[in-house]
Ligand binder design. Structure first.
Ligand code: GUN
Length: 374
C-alpha cells in the first residue's frame, strides 16, 4: 500500500498502454472500466459481486449525492466508502455534466451554475469550490474539476466559450483541492466540442497546470463514433504520457477497444447496468436481446465458458422468462453478466497489450461479436 497517488505504464503496444494507478485505497489496473454507482449503489448488484467481476474502482456522482442524502450526511456517517460498503477507490464526477443533463432551469455564470433539483425543485448553487468541497466530504479518491460540457453538434463560438470557462474553473478547482488530504487526485477535463483547435488548446492549458490525471469530456454526446475517435486522436499527443487519461461516459465495448487503441486508460458508463435493466446482454458473441421470443425455449446459458454465474449458470429461456414477467432478478442477473463481460474485456485488453498482441486481440474480439452465437 502507498500513501500517495501515482501512475505507472507497464507496457505499450502502439498507442495503447497498460499499467496501474496506485492509491491509498488500492491499485487500479489500466485500462480500467469503472462501474457507475450514481447514488451510492451500482444498481441491482451487491458491492461484493461488483468486486468479484474484477472492478478496482467505482464512480459516484456529486450532483445526485448532494441532493440525496447530501454530502454533509455522508461525511457524518463516515464517508462514501463506508456508507456504501466499498473500501476500494471511488472516483466522483463534479456535477457539471449531470446539472446540464438532469436538472431543470439552470443558469451558468462565471461564478458557477445555479439549478433546480430534479428531485424536489429546490434551488442549488454549484461552484468549482463547492463541487470540490462536496467531493472531499464524500471522500472521493479521484475527483473531477467542475466543467461545462456542450452537446454536439455545437457552434464553434459556444464550444470555445464553454472550453475557456472550463479552463478557468479548472484553476479554481485546483486551488480548492489543495485543502484536501494527501493521496487523493484531481483530474482536469478537456473540452472544446468537435473543434480540433479548441481541443488542443484545452489539453495544452490543462497539461501546463500539471494535474495528476486528465479526463476527456464532452464526447459520446450525440456525435458519430468517428468524430469521437478523431477528437481522442487530436488530444492524445498533447496530454502527458506519464499521466492517466480518462474518457468520460464511454461507452460500448467497441468504443472502448477503439479508445484504448488511441491511448485511453479509464472508462465509465451506465451501459452495462442500464442495458441490464432493459434485457440487453453484452457478450463475447455480441449483443443478445433477451426480450426476444427466440430465447423462450433456449436452454443454453449466455456463455457456458464464462466464470461468472450469471453468464454460465442460468438459461437464456429462464432470463427471457424473468424479463417477460418483469421480475427484478432478470435485471439483476443481466446487469451482473454485463459488468462481468465489461471487466473480462478489460482483462483481455490488458493482457494483450502486455504481450504485444493488442491488434490481434482487437480483430479477434470484433470477429467474435460479428459472428454471433448461432
Ligand atoms: N461525463 C460524461 N461526459 C462528461 C463531461 O464532459 N464532463 C463531466 N464532468 N462529466 C462527464
Amino acid at each position: 500500500m502507498t500513501d500517495t497517488f501515482s501512475f505507472k505504464v507497464h507496457a505499450t503496444d502502439g498507442t495503447a498502454r497498460t499499467g496501474a494507478i496506485s492509491t491509498p485505497r488500492g491499485e487500479i489496473r489500466t485500462p480500467a472500466f469503472m462501474p457507475v454507482g450514481t447514488v451510492a449503489t451500482v444498481k441491482g448488484i451487491y458491492p461484493e459481486q461488483v468486486r468479484a467481476t474484477g472492478a478496482d474502482i467505482l464512480l459516484g456522482n456529486t450532483y445526485h449525492l448532494m441532493l440525496r442524502p447530501s454530502a454533509e450526511r455522508v461525511a457524518k456517517l463516515g464517508g462514501l466508502h463506508k456508507f456504501m460498503r466499498w473500501e476500494r477507490p471511488i472516483l466522483t464526477d463534479s456535477g457539471g455534466f449531470q446539472v446540464m443533463s438532469l436538472s431543470g432551469l439552470r443558469k451558468i455564470t462565471e461564478k458557477g451554475v445555479t439549478f433546480r433539483s430534479h428531485v424536489d425543485g429546490a434551488l442549488h448553487e454549484m461552484t468549482p469550490e463547492r463541487s470540490i468541497e462536496i467531493q472531499g466530504l464524500l471522500g472521493a479518491d479521484i475527483q473531477m474539476q467542475l466543467d461545462e460540457c456542450v452537446s454536439l453538434p455545437c457552434e464553434e463560438a459556444e464550444a470555445e466559450r464553454a472550453m475557456r470557462l472550463s479552463l478557468r474553473w479548472a484553476e479554481r478547482s485546483k486551488k480548492a483541492f489543495e485543502l484536501q488530504p494527501k493521496g487523493r487526485a484531481l483530474y482536469g477535463i478537456v473540452q472544446g466540442g468537435a473543434v480540433p483547435r479548441l481541443r488542443i488548446e484545452s489539453a495544452r492549458e490543462l497539461a501546463a497546470m500539471d494535474f495528476p490525471g486528465y479526463s476527456i469530456g464532452g464526447l459520446a454526446v450525440g456525435e458519430p463514433q468517428e468524430v469521437m475517435l478523431d477528437m481522442i486522436e487530436t488530444v492524445e499527443p498533447h496530454l502527458p504520457k506519464e499521466k492517466p487519461r480518462y474518457l468520460m461516459g464511454v461507452g460500448t465495448p467497441d468504443d472502448m477497444l477503439e479508445a484504448v487503441a488511441r491511448g485511453i486508460d479509464m472508462f465509465d458508463c451506465v451501459m452495462p447496468t442500464r442495458s441490464g435493466r432493459h434485457a440487453l446482454a453484452f457478450t463475447r458473441f455480441g449483443r443478445i436481446n433477451l426480450k426476444n421470443a427466440r430465447h423462450a425455449e433456449d436452454s443454453r446459458p449466455l456463455d457456458e465458458e464464462s466464470d461468472c454465474p450469471a453468464l454460465r449458470d442460468y438459461s437464456r429461456a429462464y432470463l427471457h422468462h424473468l424479463v417477460r414477467c418483469e421480475e427484478m432478478l432478470g435485471a439483476m442477473l443481466i446487469s451482473w453478466a454485463n459488468l462481468h463481460y465489461y471487466q473480462d474485456l478489460m482483462r483481455g485488453i490488458r493482457g494483450a497489450i502486455a504481450e504485444g498482441r493488442f491488434e490481434d486481440f482487437r480483430r479477434e474480439t470484433k470477429e467474435g461479436w460479428a459472428r454471433g452465437d448461432i
